[in-house]
Ligand binder design. Structure first.
Ligand SMILES: O=C(O)CCC(=O)C(=O)O
Length: 302
């Protein structure tokens, strides 16, 4: 579906102006879109999983752990595939207004793709370098939207997810270095072509939602406060978007239709997307943090 077709359908949660802003700038944010009961339930489920991480010594299919993680002081960088780790996370993906926000942005037929919760800890870890999500998981079109949900809110000093407005209208950059090694980040020479001075990092109270198009260049800086900054990130696509290549982080909900109906034909967008690596040859996808360890040193958010 094209943005014009999507906008013809009635809005469910967002205002028409918010939907138009999303298509125009490649992102939109809003506060108070999700009822507090959902926020409390998701927050409690997150606390439960962090508690469970005390039993783990190494990263695996559920947790991406920072090197300093211990059972006394859990340091989870990412909860992988939360919909498979707690029923609340799954219910939230399907039954909450989150999926209706997705419908506002991808059209009434909505498919689930993937999910994670990132925890940005104090002390400098978990900088996320500039990247474009679609380069990790290409689709037949560019409807995929990542919806972020700040469980405790996010202030400027906590390293909000930061975007380059309108970068979704520009090129997709191969996320490889000059030697052809996957780095999961836009090379510094390509970042130099973008208007970095326009970068925007919406902040807000707990429950703030940030929607991000899959082509939009984004990243996030260090957390300079003494408080962890969790963000739940779920990816939804239009039902007529089909992934090509391997799914780096498939869940039991991936490919399921969450709203509306399955597509009979794919929508094919002719704009090319660089081919991602064969994850199986890299020993599995890991997470953006493991991908970006090899990233271009010039591409640091802060
Ligand atoms: O957690 C963040 O600040 C950014 C997350 C992100 O861009 C990603 O995980 O792809």
């Amino acid at each position: 579906m094209t943005p014009e077709e999507i906008l013809k359908h009635d809005a469910r949660v967002l205002t028409q102006a918010q939907r138009e802003a999303y298509f125009d700038t490649g992102y939109v944010s809003g506060e108070g879109l999700i009822p507090n009961e959902w926020l409390d339930a998701v927050r409690a489920a997150s606390d439960e999983r962090i508690e469970a991480s005390r039993q783990e010594a190494e990263s695996g299919s559920e947790f991406d752990l920072a090197p300093e993680h211990t059972s006394e002081s859990p340091h989870v960088r990412r909860l992988k595939s939360p919909v498979d780790q707690h029923p609340v996370f799954r219910k939230f993906a399907v039954e909450s207004p989150f999926a209706d926000i997705a419908a506002d942005l991808v059209g009434p037929d909505v498919k689930f793709h993937s999910c994670k919760i990132n925890y940005k800890h104090p002390g400098g870890g978990e900088v996320v370098k500039w990247h474009q999500d679609i380069c990790f998981w290409p689709h037949t079109n560019y409807s995929p939207v990542t919806l972020g949900f700040y469980l405790d809110g996010c202030e400027e000093a906590q390293g909000p997810l930061t975007v380059i407005p309108e970068s979704h209208k520009g090129d997709l950059f191969p996320h490889y270095d000059d030697d052809g090694i996957w780095t999961g980040t836009v090379p510094a020479k390509d970042m130099a072509t973008l208007p970095l001075d326009t970068a925007a990092g919406p902040t807000g109270d707990k429950g703030t939602v940030l929607a991000l198009n899959c082509r939009t260049v984004h990243g996030s800086k260090r957390n300079e406060t003494d408080r962890v900054r969790p963000i739940l990130l779920y990816v939804y696509t239009s039902a007529d978007a089909f992934p090509w290549g391997q799914h780096p982080s498939s869940t039991s909900l991936s490919g399921e239709i969450i709203r509306g109906e399955a597509a009979k034909f794919p929508h094919m967008d002719p704009r090319p997307c660089p081919v991602p690596p064969d994850w199986s040859k890299l020993g599995g996808y890991g997470s953006i943090f493991t991908s970006q360890e090899k990233g271009d040193a010039g591409n640091m958010m802060g």
